[in-house]
Design a binder for this molecule. Structure first.
Ligand code: SF4
Length: 600
């Protein structure tokens, strides 16, 4: 019977087993050393001393761990390092701990050689989370954590590829990684596995240390669906083009992608206009409009665009102002200019018949090209838009941000692998629909998800944290001024030049406020340039805030009436009543409305 079943004998069993089979040591040559304290609080029902890392700890935020840390030059040995760290982190005095023995050294994914020491604490003093990186310390009952049956294996991608890691899936929050491996080592000593051939297989990890993994048949459903690890029956390893290994699940690990996901489209899927067609023009238009834009926003724009420009030829021959005008309000105006340029290229050279051809057109990335080719031509081309990235990152419990090179490579390899050779169009629509309606960013509906049995993120309770995000610096803030120059019932407009933000749209003359300059002074500086002479003080018209993708602006608009004498400014004088015919960015449109209200 496992020792966890009779906890009163646990400490003595640990003492005996650690004396009989001391932990294996790994040379730390060229690597950093660390030590952790597996503190066992003695009693009729022993407990374990654990900490939760605070949210400020990069890469390990919120993780459950044992007290411990990197060895310092002043530490006489690893045991002293372990005690010092425990004292610094949770205020546990060294005298309160008796050493029982040492577990197997292990190598963490960040390259540390970690030595776990088991120590018994007869009388637990009052503990305090003493370091900034420790959110809290707590002492859960040891028996449930030291039962081998409590642990399951999951394939988790880290920076170097897929590692099978142990996780206590039912824990809140879950315990995984090095802490889980240490607990499983201790559990395994107290409750030895059956003889080889019928139980747990042990393998030595390539970087040193041990990774233990059960046979596929030992892993309970649903983890067995994603956890098999032996070649030929589970995770296949392929060498990535750029070097290193990328692992991808075999098709049978993800249950019947098409059959299971297709009903999301066939049954509960939304009835969207671009789902009723295989016309490349319409599918392409919808894919471009849907980039960074929600379906509900796109729907009226899509209908209006097609009503006005129903064919590729109509788009190719349209005036740029008309295309930009139909796009106004959708944002990311470069998409509209690329759309226009691509239409002209296709009228001149023909419509591509595969994803490679589509990917050569302006504004069409790999994922968009894949979606068009899969939906229109049935090509086996993967799609990886933001929604699909989220689904796959959760399915694979991927801890890397999709925006990182390795994270992107893993997701593309997985997306490629999962895309079926037949029913490609249905699958593509279905997985995009799954991401948009079921595996949503905030409240995924895992209960109805067809992939729930295979979902690593769900099994590990990581769904809310996935996909992992790269830290974004706060958006820079700029101040700008715009000057609305009036001549009779006309206002001065200029087209934003190529190669600048919002190129092609019409704008009021504007400039950035520099250094300690005030907005009024910046407006007078701009007005002087427009007039060719010093400007009088200007009347404020409106003020507004707007956030673009990479920065925020506060725009102050001023009104200038040169008093009937013609301005020396270059640009076009547009009647107040005709402002609506000129495509503008959202900030200029707001200024135009303010001007119409003031002068109209
Ligand atoms: S089970 Fe939940 S997290 Fe996993 S893919 Fe489905 S909806 Fe997303």
């Amino acid at each position: 019977m496992p020792v966890a079943a009779y906890p009163a004998a646990m400490v003595e069993a640990m003492r005996a087993t650690l004396a009989a089979t001391p932990g294996r040591r790994i040379s730390a040559r060229g690597r950093a050393r660390a030590a952790v304290l597996v503190g066992v609080v003695a009693g009729r029902s022993p407990r374990l001393l654990l900490i939760e890392r605070s949210d400020t700890v990069v890469h390990h935020r919120g993780e459950i761990a044992f007290p411990g840390g990197r060895m310092e030059a002043t530490d006489r040995d690893l045991w002293r390092c372990c005690l010092r760290e425990a004292e610094e982190e949770v205020g546990l005095a060294a005298a309160a701990v008796e050493l029982l023995g040492r577990l197997d050294d292990l190598v963490t994914s960040s390259g540390f050689v970690v030595s776990p020491f088991v120590g018994v604490i007869d009388k637990l003093p009052k503990l305090v989370a003493a370091r900034r990186e420790v959110k809290r310390c707590f002492t859960p009952a040891a028996a449930p954590l030291l039962s081998r049956a409590a642990w399951t294996l999951h394939p988790v991608w880290d920076g170097s590829g897929l590692r099978p890691i142990y996780a206590l899936a039912s824990g809140r929050p879950p315990i995984w990684g090095a802490t889980a491996a240490i607990l499983v080592d201790l559990a395994r000593r107290l409750d030895p596995p059956p003889a080889a051939g019928a139980g747990v297989a042990e393998v030595v990890a390539p970087g040193g240390g041990s990774v233990y993994r059960p046979r596929a048949e030992q892993v309970p459903e649903p983890v067995a669906r994603v956890a098999p690890t032996t070649a030929g029956a589970g995770v296949a390893e392929v060498v990535a083009p750029g070097g290193g290994s990328v692992y991808r699940p075999r098709a049978e690990q993800v249950p019947e992608p098409v059959a299971r996901v297709a009903p999301a489209t066939a049954g509960a899927g939304r009835d969207l206009p671009w789902r009723r067609t295989r016309d490349p023009y319409r599918v392409w238009l919808s894919e471009i409009m849907l980039q960074q834009t929600r379906v509900e926003t796109v729907l009226p724009y899509y209908d209006r665009f097609l009503a006005r420009l129903p064919s590729l030829a109509a788009l190719a021959t349209a005036d740029e102002d008309e295309v930009l005008g139909l796009w106004e309000g959708l944002g990311y105006y470069r998409r509209a200019r690329h759309l226009h340029a691509a239409a002209r290229a296709m009228v001149a050279h023909g419509v591509p018949a595969d994803s490679a051809g589509w990917a050569r057109l302006p504004g069409v990335g790999r994922s968009t090209a894949g979606a068009i080719a899969a939906i229109c031509f049935g090509e086996r081309a993967p799609v990886l838009d933001g929604n699909v990235q989220r689904v796959l990152a959760r399915l694979l419990a991927l801890r890397l941000a999709p925006a990182t090179p390795m994270g992107g490579r893993i997701l593309w390899s997985c997306a490629t692998h999962l895309t079926p050779a037949t029913e490609t169009a249905t699958y593509t629509q279905a997985i995009m629909e799954l991401g948009a309606t079921c595996c949503t960013p905030r409240r995924p509906d895992c209960a109805t998800c067809p992939w729930a049995p295979a979902c690593g993120g769900r099994a590990l309770d990581w769904v809310a944290e996935l996909p992992a995000r790269t830290r974004r610096a706060p958006l820079p803030h700029h101040r700008e001024v715009a000057v609305v120059v009036r001549r009779g019932d006309r206002l001065l407009l200029r087209r934003r030049p190529d190669g600048t933000l919002l190129a092609g749209l019409w704008a009021f003359p504007h400039t950035r406020v520099v250094g300690g300059e005030g907005e009024g002074a910046a407006a007078r500086r701009l007005a002087a340039q427009l007039l060719g002479r010093p400007s009088p003080p200007l009347a404020p018209l409106t003020r507004l805030e707007h956030a673009y993708t990479h920065f925020r602006i506060t725009l102050h608009a001023f009104f200038l009436d040169p008093g009937g004498e013609p301005a020396a400014a270059a640009g076009e004088w547009v009647a107040l009543a005709a402002l609506d015919t000129r495509p503008m960015a959202v900030t200029d449109r707001a200024v135009a409305r303010a001007a119409a209200a003031a002068f109209g």
